[in-house]
Design a protein around this ligand. Structure first.
Ligand code: HEM
Length: 153
């Protein structure tokens, strides 16, 4: 039962992360950027941070308290590849998050604030890279769940 509940929560958070990332990408467009969009990006990025922390906690709770037990994952290269991909996504997300936070400050000082076109284009590229690395995580997840890569480490 614990395993099932953890799996359900894990999947819901994963879909939440994917949805928020896709929403940020859709909003990060120079042609449609407005002060309201900047505000929305701030909100979405906050949710993204919360969900990322939640998946980290739920993920490691699954490792320790899931049906298969920690040894199944900790000796599997696919598990570590998944964690590495998750860490890379986290590192890539630092830049957009810092800029989105700075935009919220600028918006407080000037209600008509919108970022410059080159900056939006640059952050859009970061988000696209982030999304592609993010897509690797379920690939490694499916491998590790089936023991592909087990016993190699
Ligand atoms: C540090 C973060 C994470 C940890 C420690 C973690 C850990 C786990 C564990 C223990 C399982 C159970 C696998 C099994 O049934 O044996 C699992 C499944 C899964 N995880 Fe994660 N996870 C994390 C983050 C993520 C993220 C960010 C995603 C998606 C982008 C994700 C996608 C999945 C998927 C799709 C499954 C189901 C795999 C399958 O049954 O085929 N996980 N994860």
């Amino acid at each position: 039962m614990t395993d099932l509940l953890l799996a359900i929560v894990h999947h819901l958070i994963v879909f939440g992360l994917a949805a928020v990332l896709a929403a940020e990408l859709a909003l990060m467009r120079s042609s449609t950027m407005s002060p309201q969009t900047v505000k929305l990006l701030g909100r979405f990025d906050f949710f993204y941070g919360m969900l990322a922390m939640a998946i980290l906690v739920v993920g490691f709770v699954r490792v320790w308290y899931g049906a298969k037990g920690p040894d199944f994952y900790l000796h599997n290269h696919a598990f570590w590849a998944k964690i590495a991909a998750f860490a890379v996504v986290g590192l890539i997300s630092i830049k957009p998050t810092m800029r989105i936070l700075a935009w919220q400050k600028s918006l407080k000082a000037n209600a008509a604030f919108v970022p410059t076109l080159p900056e939006i284009a640059k952050l859009r590229r970061w988000l696209l890279i982030e999304l592609h690395v993010f897509a690797l995580i379920p690939v490694f997840a499916a491998m590790m769940a089936r023991g592909v890569g087990y016993g190699a480490g």
